[in-house]
Write a protein that binds this ligand. Structure first.
Ligand code: KL2
Length: 592
């Protein structure tokens, strides 16, 4: 199939867009992308890819061979020793990864993780390494936009099911679309199957007094960031990177998965206003949005089905503080308090938070502080009259891998950060460059947030919303902090017992799951954390101590491995139009 034939599959308007991107009025990086694409267009594809990739710095231990093979080559050959060549041990035996394993304390299976490649030529601390390897794509197959992403529902089982029958079924999809499967947990009631029987499910579960709902977390890759980091996407065929190609794919996925709550990151403001919000509203969602501060044109959105929830409050969080030098970055969070409809307890509420923490391999100090600010807002929003918290779900792109101190802090509720280098805390690099040791305390008292991640002082502009209960909580926690600070000056803690929906490793093989996969890294950085009910089989140990009520994880959409994703040309590809995967979980609200 020639390159010219291929473009016939692209959405209407792409020809026009393609030519318009070559216009001299466009920013320089866009013109460059246009030229790159022209080169690909005019000469044989395989030749172009190779010349392209050769100009990239690649991490030899990290799929260095991938750009040179087609999906067809891969599925046929990857198991054969000669394929890897001298000095390249087979990936799936895991041997060549061993020396690169992350060295944190084991947290379930969290010893092995992959990292963004460090680049000594970073321009500033906010920079990511400038060159990213991308696997070439041999994207001849275009699938129907109506194709199912997740196709199989599994029956009840005594433990977590791993539905794919074999590796080939899962990954060697000749049409270039990868399948993801539902994984159900213990005690799962067949009647509650999601997706296919959505309507029936709702009635069944509601009749029984249960409130079940699904939550998606999805970094949709803002066009602006894609273009700012265009060098990272050189290997992708340019039309697939155009927003008018990507948005229908993203929308199709959102529609198919049909989550009751969407936590979206990297939502570009103009796209949100013109397309995303109106479209999601037409699908029955109410949308809340918080744009990043400064001149960053993207942000976080939380959209929920108005048929499932009422909005009790919407609380944006800005991590930028002009009076605190540490907090000079423009990341944000958004915290909603939602009231489930059709729940037998009228006062029931669920707190849903969404964030995209700083991308910076060195600045774990900023990331931890951003996290503390988000947790303080959540504590304030989720705090109930009796002093407890309503069930909490925290979604987001934390830019930190499983097993990092930041991740451990979220799950374990405590962190002794004495002597930790800021790069290690950041959790982005295998060999962290940020060697400065975290200061004690990390953030100044003027931030007004305690070492227990609650507000010590009332926030300006929140007075109207701050009832008597919050004042009480403030006093109580202030006392607690003074004691904690005296005894453990370098110890952070938070009030929630949070579990992760995903375990970050494929149960049988131990191969890491990934949530983002592009030319320089394939890692987990996106999470859905939740406060687990006592009898939740997937709960973090210790969760049962805290909550009478809470959330029970009923199921989740399986993640994939790096290998899976390279069989479909990594991310973004023809069908998956972000460089992240969507995360999706189904919960049951358990009475407190
Ligand atoms: O890793 V990310 O992508 O979760 O997918 O989060 C950040 C990065 C996102 C928001 O800041 O933009 C990406 N090089 C590569 N990627 C970058 C860079 C950079 N210098 N800066 C931001 N991002």
């Amino acid at each position: 199939m020639s390159q010219y034939t291929k473009i016939l599959y692209l959405p209407a308007g792409l020809f026009h867009q393609y030519s318009s991107y070559r216009h001299s009025m466009l920013p320089r990086h866009m013109q460059r992308l246009g030229r790159d694409w022209v080169a690909h267009w005019d000469i044989p594809q395989r030749f172009c890819w190779n010349s392209h990739i050769a100009s990239c710095t690649r991490w030899t231990g990290h799929y260095s061979w991938a750009p040179y093979i087609s999906p067809g080559d891969f599925t046929v050959n990857w198991r054969t020793p000669h394929f890897f060549g001298p000095g390249r041990p087979p990936y799936f035996l895991g041997r060549w990864r061993s020396p690169q394993y992350w060295n944190w304390q084991p947290d379930n299976f969290t010893q092995n993780s992959f990292f963004h490649l460090s680049n000594p030529n970073m321009k500033s601390e906010g920079d990511e390494p400038s060159s990213k390897r991308r696997r070439l794509s041999d994207q001849n197959d275009v699938c129907s936009p109506n194709e199912e992403i997740s196709s199989s529902n599994q029956d009840e089982a005594s433990c977590l099911l791993t539905p794919p029958k074999n590796e080939e079924e899962k990954t060697a999809n000749t049409r270039g679309m990868i399948k993801r499967h539902w994984e159900y947990f213990c005690h799962y009631n067949k009647k509650m199957k999601i997706l296919e029987d959505k309507q029936i499910d709702q009635h069944n579960t509601e009749d029984e007094g249960n409130f079940d709902f699904t939550v998606m977390s999805y970094n949709i890759l803002s066009q602006n960031l894609l273009e700012d980091n265009s060098h990272l996407y050189k290997h992708c065929r340019w039309p697939m990177l155009i927003w008018s190609y990507r948005f229908p794919n993203i929308l199709r996925e959102i529609k198919q998965l049909d989550a009751d709550v969407l936590c979206l990151q990297e939502v570009q403001e103009d796209h949100y206003g013109m397309e995303i919000k109106p479209t999601l509203e037409s699908l029955g969602y109410h949308c809340e949005y918080k744009m990043r501060t400064g001149r960053k044109p993207d942000g976080c959105a939380i959209c929920f089905k108005i048929s499932k929830f009422n909005l009790l409050s919407s609380n944006p969080v800005e991590f930028f503080r002009h009076d605190i030098p540490l907090l000079d970055r423009d990341n944000v969070g958004l915290v909603l308090l939602l009231q489930p409809r059709f729940h037998c307890k009228a006062t029931a509420a669920v707190c849903i938070a969404n964030t995209h923490l700083l991308y910076n391999p060195r600045r774990g100090d900023i990331k931890l502080t951003q996290l503390a600010m988000l947790l303080a807002e959540i504590a304030s929003v989720a705090h109930q009259k009796d002093g407890s918290f309503c069930p909490i779900i925290i979604c987001g792109d934390f830019n930190s891998v499983p097993g990092s101190p930041l991740y451990s802090f979220i799950k374990e509720g405590k962190l002794n950060y004495e002597g930790l280098p800021i790069g290690k805390v950041s959790g982005q690099e295998q060999f962290p460059r940020g060697q400065r040791i975290l200061t004690i305390p990390i953030w100044p008292p003027s931030l007004g947030i305690s070492q227990s991640c609650v507000y010590e002082v009332k926030q300006q502009g929140k007075e109207e919303n701050t009832g008597g209960e919050k004042k009480e909580m403030k006093l109580e926690n202030t006392k607690e902090i003074i004691i904690a600070a005296e005894k453990f000056p370098s110890k952070l803690q938070h009030h929630f017992k949070l579990s992760s929906v995903y375990s970050h490793y494929i149960p049988e093989s131990g191969i890491p799951e990934v949530t983002t996969c592009h030319s320089r890294s394939a890692v987990t950085v996106d999470y859905i954390f939740y406060s687990a009910a006592k009898d939740d089989s997937a709960a973090q140990p210790g969760a049962e101590d805290t909550f009478d009520g809470g959330l029970k994880l009923l199921g989740r959409l399986s993640l994939l491995t790096e290998q899976d994703l390279w069989t479909v040309n990594g991310l973004p590809n023809e069908h998956n139009s972000s460089d992240h995967l969507s995360l999706l979980a189904q919960f049951r609200l358990i009475e407190q």
